[in-house]
Design a protein around this ligand. Structure first.
Ligand SMILES: C[S@@+](CC[C@H](N)C(=O)[O-])C[C@H]1O[C@@H](n2cnc3c(N)ncnc32)[C@H](O)[C@@H]1O
Length: 286
């Protein structure tokens, strides 16, 4: 089905059923219908969508309230008494990261952990002699990182903030690591996430990204049927950003900015019911 027809039906459905969330998203949906009128819904790529949002002047400020709500939700999971009870937390560093370190002739001098959570991986990197900055939306997570780093006798520089809005003087980093954060970033902020990393990663530096595969995260039918446009509709109509990615998605999102060195699937290293797409990328050399 083409984009114009899909959006026309979605708006009619919203009208008929009084779905405020769909009707409030009308300006964005109409913008997309106008821009991609005759395109097949599955064929609208992330770069084309990015161009529309950039040209429409959609920026970080437009979604502050969305991020505020998310910050509270994440912080609730990191309350100091709840320890490691949140479902993704791990007691041990991630084996993908450990293996990457083991393969290096020397540890990276500087690393950034994006969406670091309670910091088990940031603390691991610091214990290897890497100077680590770790960012998370949740102040409670960053407090926990501080406690965990002190307990391990290392220093991690924690920053409360969003991965799409980092300090302009951050970096340069030899390694940017993301386990489980990018798949929470709304599609309309992907371009900012990518621009940050491009800016902060040293030439030839590594981006090690781990995100949900469609096997374990149940948005696969939406993205299968509606492609990246489905993610936009989910964000604007339902306020949902969490998503899953196939290897071809990651090639379309990152492949023109970074060299994709390797992609593979990996189970959660502590046996939780997750499966990650591990995408090892390198920033271009000048
Ligand atoms: C699934 S947890 C993963 C935590 C950690 N990386 C790990 O592997 O245990 C996702 C983390 O990303 C953080 N997060 C989500 N969206 C974010 C954003 N836009 N900027 C920074 N952190 C974010 C959440 O607060 C949460 O701590």
């Amino acid at each position: 089905m083409n984009v114009a027809t899909t959006i026309e039906r979605l708006l009619a459905f919203g009208d008929e059923n009084g779905l405020r969330s769909v009707l409030d998203a009308r300006p964005t949906l109409e913008l997309l219908a106008e821009e991609f009128r005759d395109h097949d819904v599955q064929e609208v790529g992330p770069r084309e969508l990015e161009r529309v949002f950039v040209e429409a002047g959609f920026d970080a400020a437009a979604a502050h309230s969305w991020f505020d709500a998310k910050r509270s939700a994440w912080s609730a999971a990191y309350g100091s008494d709840r320890g490691y009870q949140h479902k993704w937390g791990a007691h041990t560093p991630c084996d993908v990261l450990e293996r990457w370190y083991a393969d290096q002739p020397r540890p990276p001098a500087r690393a950034l952990d994006l969406g670091c959570g309670d910091g088990v991986n940031a603390v691991f990197m610091a214990s290897k002699g890497t100077a680590v900055d770790a960012v998370d939306l949740s102040p409670a997570a960053i407090e926990t990182v501080g406690r965990n780093a002190a307990a391990a006798g290392v220093t991690v520089h924690g920053m409360v903030g969003s991965v799409h809005d980092l300090p302009s003087d951050a970096g340069p980093y030899d390694l940017v690591f993301d386990r489980g954060c990018f798949h929470h970033v709304p599609i309309v902020f992907w371009h900012l996430y990518i621009e940050q990393i491009e800016r902060m990663l040293a030439p030839g530096g590594t981006l090690l990204l781990m995100c949900h595969t469609p096997k374990v995260f149940p948005d696969r039918y939406v993205t299968l049927a509606y492609g990246h446009l489905g993610r936009v509709v989910q964000f604007f109509c339902d306020g949902k950003a969490e998503s899953s990615f196939s290897p071809s998605d990651l090639r379309a999102i990152f492949g023109d900015r970074f060299e994709i060195v390797e992609q593979r699937r990996a189970p959660d290293h502590e046996g939780k019911p997750f499966e990650f797409n591990v995408c090892l990328m390198r920033s271009p050399q000048p």
